[in-house]
Each structure stands twice: as C-alpha cells, then as structure tokens.
Design a protein around this ligand. Structure first.
Ligand SMILES: Cc1ncc(C[n+]2csc(CCOP(=O)(O)OP(=O)(O)O)c2C)c(N)n1
Ligand code: SF4
Ligand SMILES: [Mg+2]
Length: 349
C-alpha cells in the first residue's frame, strides 16, 4: 500500500538550477516502520537529485525485494521505476541501460537482496562496470520477513531472539573493492552530511558506483547486542567527510590542507575527501583495502569515499556500443542488411 503526499507546498521553497523544488523529487508517503534507517536514505537520494539538479524524468529507479527495495516508491515519484524480483535487480538494470544509456540509473537493494540471493548477479554487475549507482541499505537482517540474520550480520551479533551469529559477515564494500568496482563508498543512514554528497558523487561517476549504507532496522535489529543498531553504529563510526563540487561551481573546501585529497570526475566535478590518515589514497585499490581492513581489525566502521577510479571505462565504452541510445535507433540502423548477414554466416562456415 502507498499513500500520495498532499500537493500543497510552501510558495517560497528554494528552487534548483532547473527551477524545481525539493518537493518535485518526492515520492509517496512511506509505509516503513517509523524510525527505519531506510527512510533517511530515501531522503538523502531525493536531496542529492535536487541538489545536483537532475531531471526527474531522466532518472530510472530499480530495486529487488525487501523493505529496502520498497524505498523507490518513497522518492522521485516523477521518475521511471521497476521493482524487480528478489536479487535480480542487476540484470534488469543491465538490460535497461543497454537499451537506453542516457538515463541516470539508481539501484536500491538490501543486504539480503544483494549478499544472499542476489550475490551472483551483484558480482557480475561489478565486473561489467555498468554505469549506475547501487545502494545497499544494510541492516544485517531480512527486515521484510521478520528479522532473520542476513549474510552481512557480524560474527557474534545477537539477534532479537537472543542468539549470537556463529558466522563471519560478508563486508560488501571490501568485496566490491576487491572485485574491481570503480567507485566504492560506505556511509550511515544517520549521517546525511556525508551520505548526500557521496550519492551525488556516485551519480556523477561514469561506471559502477557502489554505496554500502548501514541502515538500522528499528523493529528487528536495534537492541543491545546487535552490531547494526543505531547506538553501536554511532559508537564505532570513523567518518571521512567529503565535499562534492559540481563542474559549474567554484571549487572551495572547508577542510585543512594536507589532509584533503581531491579527485576530478570525467564531467569536471570535483570530490574533496577529508582523511585523518594522510598515507591513505582513495584512488589506490590496495591502499583502500588496507584502510578498510585496518579499521575493521580495530573495531571501527570506516565511512566515506573508500575507492574511486576516475578513469573508469563503463560497460558501453568497453563493448563499444553505439553512442546513441539503442531505443532511439531506427530499423535501418539496427538491421545490418542481408549482405552483412551473409558475410557473417560465411565467416562461421
Ligand atoms: C525468490 C524469493 N525468495 C525469498 C523471498 C522472501 N523474502 C522477501 S524479502 C527477503 C529478504 C529481505 O532482506 P533485505 O534484502 O536485507 O531487505 P530488508 O527487508 O532488510 O530491507 C526475503 C528472503 C522472496 N520474496 N522471493
Ligand atoms: S521491519 Fe525493519 S527494515 Fe523493515 S521497515 Fe521496519 S524497521 Fe525498516
Ligand atoms: Mg536487510
């Protein structure tokens, strides 16, 4: 069930470069539990699209199944949307992007949807470097089916029923770095100051941009003993703040020199990343892996832009697809004709 938001808006709401207010990026009223971390992520996506002045009708939202995968209903009500099958969002996103490369693709998934049933699809999406933003709302449980441990639940984390998890959790951010993802970030649903610029940067990145967001489930995984509750997460956060500066704006940063690394994206936007450890380079895969692992060993959750390859070649470039979206090509451009077909057949004899 979903509810439509009232149309009444304050007449003086600020507008972005396109003349839209943030309300133009709203979706339906959320039916998730009050206080669920997922609603904060929906708000961050809405605010990021508003701040980056993206045309709502040029965005496509795709998801799988779960409370997290319901999120697209609650933001960008004027955008395209596809709520797919459990764990199958990557193949739907790949097909959509191959047909129309000109849309901005935002995938929303859960730790169950991605790290269990969808793991095979997720890994291949990384490998293909599809040009999309992929956000996992990570609560360490299957919220929609009443809170069973998921594959990202940490070793020893205690369930609501009182059982300690006997398995090591899968760290999706480490996995994405290791597997060759061209943009990997991690954040916390309760930290919009970091999450919003991170999402804007991910959307500006050309290639697969993965963000793992710790997003507590207040109903099934927010008690003492859970490692993904609000209080445990806040107590262990190690935050690397960042600024996202779009191409058109003057470059300014509030952080001290020496601790800031700046990365320019293909469209001229700049990310300023503030790090406590000056030896860590977020454009070096080994350095990123080392920083994430060291933090984990020390019981810290390192958040921010963990890894970025600014020279990433996305799937379309890699397989040299036509620069015009396939769905805009006519029959004559799509059909090579019998002569070409005959020569292909000859080559296969
Ligand atoms: C093929 C299939 N298997 C199992 C289910 C049952 N199911 C629905 S949602 C879900 C897990 C959701 O967990 P997650 O992706 O972490 O989302 P959350 O609800 O925690 O946000 C499962 C197992 C299903 N819908 N389809
Ligand atoms: S069950 Fe958990 S994940 Fe699902 S809406 Fe409620 S708080 Fe959020
Ligand atoms: Mg979950």
């Amino acid at each position: 069930m979903s509810y439509i938001k009232p149309k009444f808006r304050h007449p003086n709401l600020p507008t972005n470069r396109l003349g839209y207010t943030v309300a133009d990026y709203d979706g339906a009223v959320s039916t998730l539990c009050a206080g669920c971390g997922h609603d904060s992520i929906s708000a961050a996506i809405r605010n990021a699209c508003f701040a980056s002045a993206l045309e709502p009708h040029r965005i496509a939202k795709i998801s799988g199944i779960g409370c997290s995968s319901k999120m697209p209903t609650y933001f960008l009500g004027k955008s395209h949307g596809f709520n797919s099958v459990h764990g199958r969002m990557p193949s739907v996103a790949t097909g959509a992007s191959l047909a129309n490369r000109d849309l901005t693709y935002v995938g929303v998934s859960g730790d169950g949807d991605t790290a269990s049933i969808g793991m095979g699809q997720f890994i291949h999406l990384i490998r293909r470097n599809l040009n999309m933003t992929y956000i996992v709302a990570n609560n360490g449980c299957y919220g929609l089916t009443k809170g069973q441990d998921s594959a990202t639940a940490d070793l020893g984390s205690v369930s609501k029923a009182g059982d300690a998890n006997p398995f090591d959790g899968i760290d999706l951010a480490s996995l994405a770095i290791l597997q060759g993802a061209s943009f990997v970030g991690r954040s916390f649903s309760g930290d919009k100051t970091q999450l919003e610029p991170l999402i804007r940067a991910a959307m500006a990145h050309k290639g697969f941009a993965f963000i793992d967001v710790v997003s507590p489930c207040v109903t099934f995984n927010n008690h003492a003993g859970s490692t993904k509750s609000y209080s445990e997460t806040r107590d262990h956060l190690d935050v690397m703040p960042l600024d996202f500066v779009p191409m058109r704006e003057e470059i300014r940063t509030q952080y001290a020199e020496g601790t800031t690394q700046s990365v320019t994206l293909h469209d001229g936007s700049v990310i300023h990343l503030h790090k406590a450890d000056t030896s860590y380079r977020s454009d070096d895969r080994k350095s990123a892996m080392h920083a994430v692992q060291t933090a984990e060993d020390e019981g810290r959750i390192l958040t921010g832009l963990l890894y970025l390859d600014p020279d990433s070649q996305d799937l379309h470039q890699n397989i040299q697809l036509a620069s015009r979206p396939l769905n805009e090509l006519g029959k004559d451009e799509l059909c090579p004709g019998s002569k070409v077909l005959n020569s292909i057949n000859e080559g296969l004899r």
